[in-house]
Design a protein around this ligand. Sequence first.
Ligand code: GDP
Ligand code: MG
Length: 354
Amino acid sequence: MAWFGRSKDRPEAEEKPAKKSGLFSMFRLGLQKTSELLRTDIRDLVTRKEGQLVDDWSDELFGILVKTDMGAGPAAEIRDYIASEFRGRRVHLDELLHAVKTKFLELLGHDDTSEPIEFAESGPTVVMVVGVNGAGKTTSIAKLAHRFTSQGKSVVLGAGDTFRAGAVRQLGIWAERLGVEFVAGQQGGDPASVAHRAATKTIECHADVCIVDTAGRLQTQRNLMQELEKIHRVISKVIPGGPHEVLLVLDATAGQNGISQASGFSEAAACTGIVLAKLDGTAKGGVIIPIRKKFGIPVKFVGVGEQPSDLAVFNVNDFVDGLFGPTVPSTENIVGEKEEEGGDDRSEPHVESV
Ligand code: GDP
Ligand code: MG
């Protein structure tokens, strides 16, 4: 389908240009699986129910929406909206997608930011990154470091996940690849001391940004939360006002389970924003709705791949366009009456193809 440029069968070379061509493309690629699920299932539903009133199949629409992990509440809201908007009517695919898209936008609200990171007014900015094991913290740090260096900033990475075997080395490899400073920790060592050394090094070498990695798991959850609080305190002692950002990384492939796993972090670490990683690997992109409901902090970035450039600044409009595609037109394009071959007496408006 023309909507989605990337297909597993296509050669890599064809994927790259689309990926570089702006935020919308990144969301389109990142949301490909969710979008395919939504569009294919909704299209199949509309085809199967052709000629039937929407009242008879809105519950099936609910089932499709729930599969994206948006949660039963929002899915019911969309279903009820569709049921009331189109009551007693037969619905065309385009207008249905448009209505679902409109409601989706409404559920997400608007809070676009062009630069999601709150940089320190003077002196270095410290970004602490937290989240459960495997969520995508270290990879997101590499992406953030890439973003900052692309902005002309110098970066120090602190390998504060001293608990997980190989975590320090993983970050060290990224630091080398990205050409940024690196402060290592000993496996099993004190992560707060790594954070202290990383912050100190940032000052010493007049770097602009320090990004501190943290563990996703310790012997107990309580230990972990205490450790995160300690790292927070240590950073603020070395760099007053720091950490300026505490980003909670959530694994989109875990859907709503990921939300409950991560809920303790946001309080313990005083998180300031969310990075929704691995959006490209899941059809559960609808999880963005419960994420924005559950955590009272903005989604700042989404991860759409494993490369340093695979990070997009979150933006509601691009996200929803990525989900429903640019060919679902805006309200202004809803026109007249649908003319169907063989004569159809339905009186509802339809959406002009664009
Ligand atoms: P951490 O334990 O939280 O530090 O997680 P990692 O950064 O080590 O990531 C765990 C796995 O997820 C690695 O294999 C990463 O390559 C992969 N990963 C992280 N972010 C993304 C993403 O946005 N997309 C995809 N497809 N994979 C990702
Ligand atoms: Mg890690």
